[in-house]
Design a protein around this ligand. Sequence first.
Ligand SMILES: *[C@@H]1O[C@H](CO)[C@@H](O)[C@H](O)[C@H]1NC(C)=O
Ligand SMILES: *[C@@H]1O[C@H](CO)[C@@H](O)[C@H](O)[C@H]1NC(C)=O
Ligand SMILES: *[C@@H]1O[C@H](CO)[C@@H](O)[C@H](O)[C@H]1NC(C)=O
Length: 468
Amino acid sequence: MGNKYRKLASLHGDAVSKCTLPIVVWCLVGCVLIIHFYTSIFYGDGEEGDIPVRLNSHLLTRDLEKIEEESFFIQPPRVKRSPRAIKRKPKPKRHLSIIEEFLDENSQFRHLFFPDRRMAVGPMNNTDNDELNFYPGRIWLDTNGEPIQAHGGGILYVDRFKTYYWYGENKDGPTYHAHQRASARVDVIGISCYSSKDLWTWKNEGIVLAVEQTNMTHDLYKLNVLERPKVIYNDKTEKYIMWMHIDDANYTKASVGIAISETPVGPFEYLYSKQPHGFDSRDMTIFKDDSGIAYVIYSSEGNSELHVGPLTDDYLDVTHEMRRILVGHRREAPALFKYQGTYYMITSGCSGWAPNEALAHAAESIMGPWETIGNPCTGGNRIFRHTTFFAQSTYVLPLPGIPGSFIFMADRWNPADLRDSRYVWLPLTVGGAADEPLEYSFRFPLWSRVSIYWHRKWKLPNAVSFNR
Ligand SMILES: *[C@@H]1O[C@H](CO)[C@@H](O)[C@H](O)[C@H]1NC(C)=O
Ligand SMILES: *[C@@H]1O[C@H](CO)[C@@H](O)[C@H](O)[C@H]1NC(C)=O
Ligand SMILES: *[C@@H]1O[C@H](CO)[C@@H](O)[C@H](O)[C@H]1NC(C)=O
């Protein structure tokens, strides 16, 4: 601004002696000022430049394909964001339209979210240089060449067999709506189990907890709901214990179910369901601590808060101890992990099958208090980070041999065809300063940042030590 005015002033001075020149000059000055005024209004704030309210195809493609080259493990987590960057709210309209596009089965961009069968990856079906590569969102085939059916799952490593077991919902049936206002569902088929030595080559071990086809009063009756199975091993009883979310089609039963097996590949015997501590329980997980004490964490009070409490020694029930955590935060899909004595948890918001923003939380004690330390999603682009890469957390698996490194496991739900929901596995690291201020005090410790790095394609580093 300053320079421009000095220049205009000198032009004006030269023009005094001539008659028509001042008029021309003043016209030019007027034009310059009008253009300047116009541009400062419409483009002045860099943020305003990218407000396209209407969804524009080029924009969507560009946004989806603009991927930060985040180098996993080599590059330290991102530097602290400026306070202004944190405050700036994402543009809701734009996100909404892209989420609607994501949920629209007839969208012309469908292939970007749900690449078709030709893009499938897996051990039977890969070119040489694709072996062991994770492709978040693509169809993932097992050793039979069939798409893996292990949704809302979790992984158990069994040292005795040097093997990973992946348990999840088998949703390989037709998607339908039970009534007009009901959300999309698939009838219960059972819990699948897959085994692997390298976390990429998965062998189908079959259904380890099967549906009940005829007994309508049974929890596992096909018209009920069976979600988010997690399995842990009990060292004392030498049994494999599965906890899961049990519900009726309208989500009014809101219970946990418990099953037990002699082997990791079942068959699991279903024991019973209950409302833990007498409370409604929907999305849930279990976590076995280093001490051998296991905990259940579940969304309760109509998903408005989470509850956490230790299990009995045999892992078949809850004890009387329970704490309410993240009260009023409305979080679900909890995935817990521990690093250097601190507990971390990733959760999602509650928006049905639609993706939303993940948050990371941390605590010194698993029983709380828990603090929110921000959105862990890094890279991709703003929409990816705002939607957890169009997915929802289900589990976090520590990588053997690389302390502080984990695999973040999430589900990219496809409510138009739930069996075609995809897996989004991405590297997660703990390190660097968290970017949200502490919620309840300024005491130590300052939590580390949890970062989930977007990659279109990635593989585990060689430093991961598999015991084959
Ligand atoms: C992968 O397998 C599917 C069928 O299982 C096949 O249609 C597709 O062409 C294969 N893709 C490649 C790249 O081999
Ligand atoms: C049906 O399931 C209920 C609940 O598990 C059980 O009590 C009942 O005995 C079962 N009925 C039959 C006929 O198996
Ligand atoms: C679920 O709700 C619908 C509509 O309110 C009702 O017709 C149906 O009987 C309910 N089903 C169950 C299993 O409660």
